[in-house]
Design a protein around this ligand. Structure first.
Ligand code: AHR
Length: 344
């Protein structure tokens, strides 16, 4: 009896030893390695792995920008795309970038929802040796080596274009010296597009003592908020001559509110409407004389980013900033041809 207990103990010990050896072997072979630490693509080493953190889907422009990215970074074009939508939250973008770092992607591309607060995560990417390309919007960091380049719009110029168009329009209609009451619907607070467009427009406005900025409020680049903010402004101010709306979605909301207030808009109306983006829906309104002018913001940025990546792959030097091509649309140049070619 004593002997069989002894034999059982030896068997249990032997089994435990075998299990321990198997466990150690498995560990050594990487069977239990953290999946996140493994290279994302192992079956096709030739593809360039790009992690893209999109800031959200607040506007038609954003949807078009996402489509441009997804149509560019395809397997046929030699890419493996890992796409994340941060739903307007900076913390989600930071999480996505950290996940791209742990997946050891080849490039990180991201549209920063706001300009500040990126130093730590960009430093982590730099230490991991992963080049970061900013798309659409910029970051406000002292150490510019934290990103390789930025591909996007010249937002200050967009704001200036809005201001200069208004100057010309007032001159053409003989109202250059009259008092003009202006309200401004601003995009997401702290975003490059909001900061740049505001700076650009106000740099022109400050030269005109007769331009009175009655109010400037954030409306998050969304139609719902544009409507809400415009409703409030219409209640507070009986005489609004010009609405400067920093994107088309806010303009759509504002137009609803103005329509309900009984006031008219556009080329033959009481209120001049200045918008930004140049989406198909807004350009159709420009052609109909509802929106007076639309300052284009070009969302087709995927190809531009891809060109930069190809240059980096070839060991070429890249610029710190690339601007996309952009136009200004009024009733005079929104032709059927322009409308039919506008896919977003
Ligand atoms: O940063 C670009 C801006 O963001 C676009 O004008 C707007 O529509 C978007 O949401």
């Amino acid at each position: 009896m004593k002997q069989s207990i002894h034999i059982n103990r030896i068997a249990v010990l032997l089994l435990a030893a075998v299990l321990l050896v198997l466990l150690l072997l498995g560990w050594g072979l990487g069977m239990f390695a953290d999946i996140e630490e493994e290279p994302y693509v192992s079956e096709d080493a030739d593809r360039i792995v790009v992690g893209v953190s999109q800031l959200g889907s607040e506007s038609m422009w954003r949807t078009a920008n996402t489509e441009s990215v997804q149509n560019t970074f395809t397997q046929q074009n030699g890419y493996f795309l890992i796409f994340n939508n941060a739903r307007q939250k900076q913390e989600n973008q930071i999480k996505a970038i950290r996940s791209f770092i742990s997946q050891r992607v080849d490039y990180i591309v991201f549209s920063p929802v706001v300009e500040t607060g990126w130093e730590t995560v960009l430093q982590e990417a730099k230490e991991a040796g992963i080049p970061v390309i900013l798309m659409d919007r910029n970051v406000d960091v002292e150490d510019k080596s934290l990103y390789v380049t930025c591909v996007g719009s010249d937002f200050v110029t967009e704001g200036e274009k809005a201001g200069h168009w208004l100057e010309d329009d007032l001159r053409r209609s003989g109202r250059a010296d009259e008092d003009v009451n202006i309200v401004v619907l601003k995009g997401t607070e702290g975003s490059s597009s909001q900061i740049g467009r505001t700076r650009g427009f106000f740099s022109v406005a400050q030269d005109h003592d007769n331009w009175h900025i009655l109010a400037q409020e954030y409306a998050d680049f969304t139609s719902a908020k544009g409507r809400e903010v415009m409703e409030g402004m219409l209640k507070r101010y009986s005489q609004i001559d010009v609405v400067v709306s920093q994107n088309d979605d806010m303009t759509f909301g504002a137009l609803e509110a103005i329509g309900e207030s009984g006031r008219s808009v556009g080329v033959n109306g009481d209120i001049t409407v200045i918008s930004v983006d140049g989406t198909h829906e807004a350009l159709a309104m420009v052609a109909d004389g509802v929106i007076n002018v639309d300052i284009e913001c070009n969302p087709d940025q995927g190809e531009y980013v891809s060109d930069v990546i190809r240059m980096l792959e070839n060991g070429e030097q890249v610029e710190k900033q690339y601007y996309v091509d952009e136009d200004v649309f009024t009733i005079d140049n929104v032709t059927q041809d322009v409308l039919s070619k506008r896919s977003y």
